[in-house]
Design a protein around this ligand. Structure first.
Ligand code: SF4
Ligand code: SF4
Length: 391
């Protein structure tokens, strides 16, 4: 019996100029049958963008608005009756603050100009049950995302301090409403378990299509604090985990070092290497960046769980206030720590490292990006410095 390899399409895209990104989008989708093979006339389409925090497009934190514009146009051209664009960003957000994120990202203006709707996913929630979960068999999810006829996920290629890499699978975490997201850091604090939960979530959301914005990605201290990096590609696939295999390899990872890929591969839901993927379109290997700066690895992960917990506290990177002068004492870090390991002392966050579970929500959500990740001294000295580029 021949086992069909999952398909991932890759198209060069040098910039966010609308003509360039529209042409690249079409080139990425054509080998998969075009947008018309995913969207039929009259259908309601939901575009799940990455809207992590209030950040302008040039910071490469959020899905780029011109890429979103090109996808909206392609969906309407395929006959969509309604296109909604949404996310449930991390941290505490009101409807007003989420709208402010949409505006700063440039996506609100694009939606208005293109006749698409901005969707606040926290407004209505549905309980979704699914088969094949490892840790979960149901989730509360944003109703608009899972109730649409077609769910298209639009992640951005970025590193991620906790999961190493954020791509097609991790982008779906924003379908979970509001502060429930933070609760998962409490329920499944171990990184590999968290990745298992995310793969369960992938099964629950079952997006029809994932298209990744890898024109300009983020390396180093992603998903919010690293520098932007030109990559110059779009990736598309009906299979988010297979897409992550290729995207993480482009970002210089061994895909099996990415927790979500390893969780999916363990369950037979993704190939363990690019050799197991049928890549169509442009030669993907020309985009591979071997010097892409990666977050610190959790070197305790192959140890027995009890030993790993002890070791992790001593060798895994810890959050630190990297630029005290830049801290505005806004308390976002304190309010979003799932284990209350942060207290404000003299208008600065103080970290209780015994309580800290190394989820890095504080680093991810600090609006000033003044929380960094610091490896313990011995690891820096004998293994690898912080957020170092690979040789
Ligand atoms: S470290 Fe960041 S999130 Fe925490 S209080 Fe300062 S500015 Fe706010
Ligand atoms: S201090 Fe930061 S990394 Fe530690 S548990 Fe709290 S949010 Fe997570």
């Amino acid at each position: 019996m021949t086992v069909q390899r999952p398909r991932v399409s890759v198209a060069a895209c040098a910039s966010y100029d609308l003509d360039t990104v529209s042409t690249a989008l079409q080139r990425a989708l054509d080998p998969l049958g075009g947008m018309g093979s995913f969207v039929s006339p009259g259908q309601r389409v939901f575009l799940k963008v990455n809207l992590l925090m209030k950040a302008a497009p040039e910071r490469a934190v959020t899905t780029h608005p011109e890429f979103v514009r090109a996808v909206i146009r392609a969906a309407f051209a395929a006959g969509a009756a309604d296109v909604a664009v949404g996310d449930s960003p991390g941290g505490r957000n009101s409807a007003a603050s989420t709208r402010a994120l949409f505006e700063t990202s440039g996506i609100a203006a694009v939606c208005q100009q293109e006749g698409a709707r901005v969707s606040l996913l926290d407004d209505a929630v549905s309980r979704v049950s699914f088969q094949g979960g490892s840790l979960y068999s149901s989730f509360n999810l944003g109703s608009e995302a899972v109730g649409a006829d077609v769910l298209i996920s639009l992640p951005k290629l970025k590193t991620h301090g906790f999961m190493m890499f954020t791509g097609g699978v991790k982008n779906l975490f924003g379908c979970i409403p509001g502060l429930e997201k933070a609760q998962f850091h409490l329920k499944v604090p171990d990184r590999q378990d968290f990745a298992e939960m995310l793969v369960d979530l992938m099964l629950a959301c079952a997006p029809e299509l994932t298209i990744m914005d890898a024109v300009i990605g983020m390396e180093g201290d992603g998903p919010a604090g690293g520098p932007p990096r030109q990559i110059g590609a779009l990736l598309a696939s009906p299979d988010p985990a297979a897409l992550d295999v290729i995207a993480s390899a482009i970002a210089g990872f061994d895909p099996m070092d990415v927790y979500t890929v390893r969780a999916a591969a363990r369950r037979g839901l993704a190939p363990a290497s690019p050799a197991g993927v049928s890549v169509v379109g442009d030669d993907w290997e020309r985009f591979v960046m071997r010097d892409f700066a990666h977050p610190a690895r959790d070197m305790s992960r192959r140890l027995p769980p009890r030993v790993a917990r002890w070791v992790r506290k001593r060798i895994v990177s810890r959050p630190v206030l990297s630029d005290p002068a830049g801290c505005t004492a806004c308390r976002t870090c304190e309010q979003n720590c799932p284990v209350s390991a942060i207290t404000m002392a003299e208008k600065r966050p103080a970290f209780d490292y015994d309580t800290c579970i190394r989820c890095y929500c504080c680093q991810e959500l600090c609006p000033q990006q003044v929380i960094g990740l610091r490896r313990p001294w011995a690891v820096r000295k004998f293994f690898v410095p912080d957020a170092a580029r690979k040789a």
